[in-house]
Design a protein around this ligand. Structure first.
Ligand code: IMP
Length: 431
């Protein structure tokens, strides 16, 4: 294993990154998150109890791991405090194992309220956000008015900024959205509780990462959401408000290029998307219901049913190039067990001029594009829990080989997940 890796989702999120981070964590010392907020979610089973983490990386379940939230992560004070309390009830201590950057922006009640108000206002053209206030919190960062963790330790700045921001939001709630307002005292109380709670956990994260580099510590950078939800490179405007692609690692943590040696793209064996927006290979009807039920495709943050579709190699190719992905990890292959045939999108046909498109780099208008599929035979038997590539039935092996061949063997599928448990994993090639 090369020393430091990035784990990135290559689709619209929910690719199963949490399991892969959890699987690889044994060999690392630190897990760093660099973007997103409590819009993300990993469901894990700890001592037979279901645990859903939204902000803290799943690495926290391993005693040897220290988790870092870089300055690109937007933090809901109550969201984080509740997660920490839940972990302590499970006897998982975060003492000296959770570090926050002082640059992290806060997600406060008015952000959540604004997110909900906007979605309601947009009606049929809503983004389908998680309603966690993520977009408005990032807007405040870009507008340079938002509160960062460092601000809350200076009363003068805290009171002034909070008052200004509340006035700014309340005027919109009253005049534009015609809804109720938020209360200064209530939000201040949340912030004051939070600042006591986290005061020993704040560090200069870019400085710390440099130190870890010198000490040759091994670090995983764990992405949230997926590359196609990237604010700049995703299916805009149906995206999240952070950079889920490789650039986010550097801006959102302060790591420099030397700190990253290897980028693993996590790809589900089919596709899903939650919320609105283009989804060229979307499946409807019975097959969609089958994939949704068998793959348990319901969001861990909002419980929403995910839309399902076939694997899209055209978009995956673009994501591999954009992110310098060096290795792929194919998840949920077992969900395809019962299918007699499996489609894979290998190109698009432009229905306006009938041209075949094999590469997409810009965020184009997908409504004119129809996927061109290659149909591969299914394996019609259970592969759940298989741990060796040679034990996979040959149609399943051929599915993997087909994808690798599509990418001219420039990027290989090195890890395959055949079930939800940590051990249900094939290491095809030791990276
Ligand atoms: P937001 O991030 O809550 O603003 O939502 C913007 C879009 O990103 C919506 O389509 C959400 O469903 C989607 N999204 C946000 N977080 C996740 C995630 O963790 N998994 C999948 N989709 C997500």
């Amino acid at each position: 294993m090369k020393s430091n890796i990035v784990i990135l989702g290559t689709q619209w999120g929910d690719e199963g990154k949490g399991k892969i981070v959890d699987f690889l964590t044994r060999k690392f010392h630190y897990v760093v998150r660099y973007q997103g907020g409590n819009n993300a979610g990993h469901t894990l089973i700890v001592n037979n109890k279901k645990v859903v983490l939204h902000l803290i990386p799943s690495g926290i379940l391993h005693d040897n791991i220290v988790c870092i939230l870089g300055g690109g992560v937007v933090i809901s004070p109550y969201g984080l405090m509740n997660e920490i309390k839940m972990l302590s009830e499970l006897k998982i201590s975060i003492n000296n194992r959770l570090i926050l950057s002082e640059s992290c922006p806060l997600v406060l009640e008015y952000h959540v309220k604004m997110d909900i108000a906007r979605e309601l206002f947009l009606k049929n053209s809503s983004i389908g956000t998680t309603k966690k206030g993520i977009g408005p919190a990032y807007e405040d960062k870009i507008a340079r008015r938002g509160l960062q963790i460092r601000d809350i330790y200076n009363d003068e700045i805290l009171f002034k900024k909070l008052k200004n921001n509340i006035n700014y939001y309340n005027s919109q709630f009253i005049n534009y959205y015609k809804c109720s307002t938020v209360q200064y005292d209530r939000i201040l109380k949340e912030i004051l509780e939070f600042r006591d709670f986290i005061k020993n956990k704040i560090k200069d994260v870019p400085g710390l990462l440099q130190k870890l580099y010198k000490e040759k510590k091994k670090v995983i950078f764990e992405g949230a959401q997926g590359a196609l939800l990237d604010l700049d490179h995703g299916t805009f405007p149906y995206v999240t408000s952070s950079n889920t692609t490789i650039g986010g690692v550097f801006t959102g943590s302060g790591a420099n290029l030397k700190l990253v040696n290897h980028v693993i793209g996590v790809t589900k064996a089919y596709c899903t998307r939650v919320g609105s927006g283009p989804f060229p290979t979307e499946i409807t009807g019975d097959l969609d219901s089958y994939l949704c039920m068998k793959g348990k495709e319901f969001g861990s943050t909002t419980g929403r049913r995910r839309r399902t579709g076939w694997l899209d190699l055209v978009l995956l190719s673009r994501v591999i190039t954009l992110n310098s992905i060096t290795s792929l990890c194919l998840t949920k292959l077992d969900v395809l067990d019962d299918l007699s045939e499996i489609k894979v999108c290998v190109a698009y046909k432009n229905m306006k001029n009938m041209n075949i498109i094999e590469d997409i780099f810009e965020n184009i208008n997908y409504s004119f594009l129809k996927p061109v599929y290659k149909i591969l035979p299914g394996w019609k038997q259970s592969i759940r829990g298989i741990t060796s590539f040679s034990d996979l039935p040959s149609p399943a092996q051929n599915y993997v080989y087909f994808i690798e061949k599509f990418f001219n063997h420039q990027v290989l599928i090195d890890i395959i997940s055949t079930g939800p448990n940590r051990i249900d994993t094939i290491i095809k090639r030791d990276i």
